[in-house]
Ligand binder design. Structure first.
Ligand SMILES: [Fe+2]
Length: 284
């Protein structure tokens, strides 16, 4: 008996057409040149120290590896994924945050993806939130795969980790994909009334609500850093739908880091290398 057919997400078929024209076709037209050049780019390991008086003193100096937008699929296959995992493992972080778009289009290949991501280990855990691309096909397959791989998916939820002595631990929250500022705010409220120490959100627009709540650190992806940026200023890039496009932003004691991510859905990056961010959090 064949397995029952699952229903795809509403945007899947439109995304498949876009994938054909913007991901597969440019690669075919250039006989694989664009893809080969794209995946040959070395990862930029971006080390940042971020300070906030709101960061819990018990976790002063915590190192977080932030990886996003893997887009496992046509452009980023198993070999590049293995390189990504090796690069993240080499960082030896206390906590690993994967902020969405784990797959590019289809969830069918997620077993291979999670076989690799299962190799990631961190003292306080490996946390995952979903991005818009993870919703194109079958998000529940992604969430289940993450959980089975020993990762911690957070879907408008939070978790305390690393309790020791009199300290109750670091409160890590993660919200599911939302395209809007009010949608992100709504999802953050669903995480509970306590203010998280760390928020994972695919969409950087979540920072608006996070800053209002006084969240010390929000980690996001989604923009890919614009993929094409001016050499002199990485914030002059191809993202026109948001002002939170790349790098570190701060408002009072709240901080946001938007990573370029490691993958893409178009095989071109200019002055915008694939990135693994390493954030060291310090109390002021
Ligand atoms: Fe993405």
């Amino acid at each position: 008996m064949s397995a029952p057919k699952r229903s795809r997400g509403a945007g899947y078929h439109k995304a498949r057409v876009r994938n054909m024209f913007l991901t597969v076709l440019p690669d075919r037209i250039t006989a694989g040149f664009l893809k080969a050049r794209h995946v040959a780019q070395p990862f930029h390991v971006a080390e940042h120290t971020i300070r906030s008086a709101a960061w819990p003193r018990a976790f002063d100096g915590l190192r977080i590896a932030h990886v996003s937008d893997i887009h496992y699929g046509h452009l980023l296959g198993i070999e590049r994924l293995e390189q990504t995992v090796d690069a993240v493992r080499a960082v030896r972080a206390d906590l690993i945050a994967i902020t969405g778009d784990l797959v590019d289009l289809s969830a069918d290949e997620s077993p291979a993806l999670f076989a690799q991501l299962a190799l990631l280990r961190a003292r306080l855990g490996v946390f995952v939130v979903l991005g818009n691309h993870d919703h194109l096909d079958h998000p529940r397959t992604i969430v289940r795969g993450a959980r089975d791989a020993g990762l911690i998916p957070l879907m408008d939820d939070s978790m305390r980790v690393g309790a020791h002595g009199s300290h109750e631990g670091l409160l890590v929250a993660g919200i599911d994909w939302s395209p809007t500022i009010p949608g992100c705010a709504h999802r953050l409220r669903r995480c509970g009334s306590a203010v998280p120490d760390l928020l994972l959100a695919h969409n950087p627009k979540a920072f608006v609500a996070a800053a209002e709540r006084g969240v010390p650190l929000t980690l996001s992806g989604h923009t890919h850093g614009g993929q094409l940026a001016r050499r002199a200023n990485r914030r002059h890039n191809l993202v026109f739908t948001s002002r939170l496009t790349a790098g570190h932003y701060e408002k009072d004691e709240s901080n946001l880091y938007v990573t370029n991510g490691v993958g893409a859905w178009f095989p071109l990056r200019v002055n915008c290398p694939p990135e693994i961010a390493v954030i060291e959090m310090r109390c002021r």
